[in-house]
Design a protein around this ligand. Structure first.
Ligand code: PLP
Length: 452
């Protein structure tokens, strides 16, 4: 840090500040974790300096042998860990991984047949008329993904994201009574809409998905099944999700981030069945810039960690802790979306406390509990203020928290929600007595000190 401080003390200060914040608060954001020292150190290395557009052994630059080594290691670990036929580890983030997947699917399902029909090997060989026809066909495809308020992600075909601009989009949701995925309604929508891509996966759905059923629906309408397992990849890696709950054997293409429950560096990767490999490998330079050698190396380290027995223990603890947290909340009167969890996250409906998600999120932060507000199904407060709070167990489980500690966390959350009074004029303002905030911070510090 002294080396950094000598150049820009503000950055050194922010790094110190982040470390202090992470030490002093209960990190319950479901998409966050603590990467290991080995992963963090790997990112701060000279592998960052090298340009390496292209794929392993097939680069547009000279001297890429070390990048080839780390990219191959990361891909091999990913394939072995998830039992995948092919892995592409270059995406810089989850959004990038989804973009590579979408364009890889379009290349395989729309572009390649068009080239074959025109007797061309490359798009540059197409006549102007054939190229126009192909461009129109690429822009005329349909995608069906989980709705945002049911827990889907912005990249699953929604208008503010490029995916919603690329595809004609429809969404499927959850049963209004149970909050669970409604496969029959999904099947009916798929039959009528006939998407090219059926997207499964979520950011805020607290349950497992039956991917065999998803594949059946995709096959019935001739769609490609793409699963975005960004949130629960750690549970797949740790064999908590097996059989029909493991997406990799069922999806044509599976994407993930590497930094959430998988506990690696910030980044993404794409797994796919062999027939999609060539199209997916065109990610850079199709939609990605030059790969980040340092981050691919850190992915290799994290994936190697995830192949160790200790990681499976960790993943099972993440799921068991989520159950303890959910039960602790329900026992104390909190309404949970779907009534519980069988993954790593829990979604609280805070409207029963008269609060918006925004008010609850801020009050909890004042008390040293870091969460994020999240829309709940058919949320009357919309996506900005929301009526929900999403909490997850991956980070605190990495610190060694067990079911007992998570029950205490539930008690602290309920204490804050109960003592928070919403403003009558603003969906953002609230009053939390300083005594409650202070007491909760002290209790959080006690838990954190016991699990440094
Ligand atoms: N996919 C899902 C399901 C996510 O939850 C997220 C992020 O929260 C992403 C993709 C995007 O990941 P990133 O922020 O790395 O682009």
């Amino acid at each position: 840090l002294d080396v950094i401080a000598a150049v820009e003390p503000g950055v050194a200060g922010a790094i110190r500040g982040e470390l202090a914040d992470q030490r002093a608060s209960l990190k319950l954001i479901a998409s966050e974790n603590y990467a290991s020292p080995a992963v963090l150190l790997t990112m701060g290395t000279w592998l960052s300096d090298k340009y390496a557009e292209g794929t392993i052994g097939h680069r547009f630059y000279a001297g890429c042998q070390n990048i080839d080594t780390v990219e191959r290691l990361a891909a091999d670990h990913a394939k072995a860990l998830f039992g995948a036929e092919h892995a592409y580890v270059q995406p810089h983030s989850g959004i990038d991984a989804n973009l590579v997947a979408f364009w890889g699917i379009l290349a395989h399902r729309v572009e390649s047949p068009a080239l074959a029909a025109a007797g061309a090997r490359h798009v540059n060989d197409l006549s102007e008329d054939d190229w126009e026809t192909l461009r129109k066909a690429l822009g005329d495809q349909r995608a069906l993904g989980m709705s945002l308020d049911a827990g889907g992600h912005l990249t699953h075909g929604f208008r503010p994201n490029i995916s919603g601009k690329m595809f004609h989009q429809r969404s499927y949701g959850t049963d209004p009574e149970t909050g669970l995925l409604d496969y029959d309604a999904l099947r009916a929508t798929a039959r009528e809409f006939r998407p090219l891509v059926l997207i499964a996966g979520y950011s805020a759905y607290p349950r497992r998905v039956d991917f065999a059923r998803m594949r059946e629906i995709a096959d019935e309408v001739g769609a490609v099944l793409m699963v975005d397992m960004a949130h629960f990849a750690g549970l797949v890696a740790g064999k908590v999700f097996t059989g029909v709950h493991d997406p990799v054997p069922y999806a044509h293409v599976t994407t993930t981030t590497t930094h959430k429950s998988l506990r690696g560096p910030r980044g993404g990767l794409v797994l796919c069945q062999r027939e999609y490999a060539d199209s997916i490998d065109r990610g850079c330079p199709m939609v990605l810039g030059g790969p980040l050698g340092n981050v691919m190396a850190a992915k290799a380290v994290a994936l190697a960690e995830a192949r160790q027995v200790a990681f499976a223990d960790y993943a099972h603890a993440v799921a068991a802790n989520a159950v303890a947290l959910a039960e602790g909340l329900v026992r104390r009167g909190v309404r949970l979306v779907t009534g519980g969890t069988d993954n790593h996250l829990v979604l609280l409906d805070v409207s029963t406390y008269g609060l918006t998600g925004r008010q609850a999120e801020s009050a909890l932060l004042d008390a040293g509990i870091v969460t994020n507000r999240n829309a709940i199904p058919r949320d009357p407060n919309g996506a900005w203020y929301t009526s929900g709070i999403r909490v997850g167990t991956p980070a605190l489980t990495s610190r060694g928290f067990g079911p007992q500690e998570f029950d205490r966390v539930a008690e602290l959350i309920v204490g804050v929600l109960t003592d928070t009074t919403p403003s009558s004029t603003s969906k953002a303002k609230y009053d939390l007595p300083p005594g409650t905030a202070g007491k909760t911070r002290a209790a959080a510090a006690e838990l954190l000190t016991a699990h440094p």
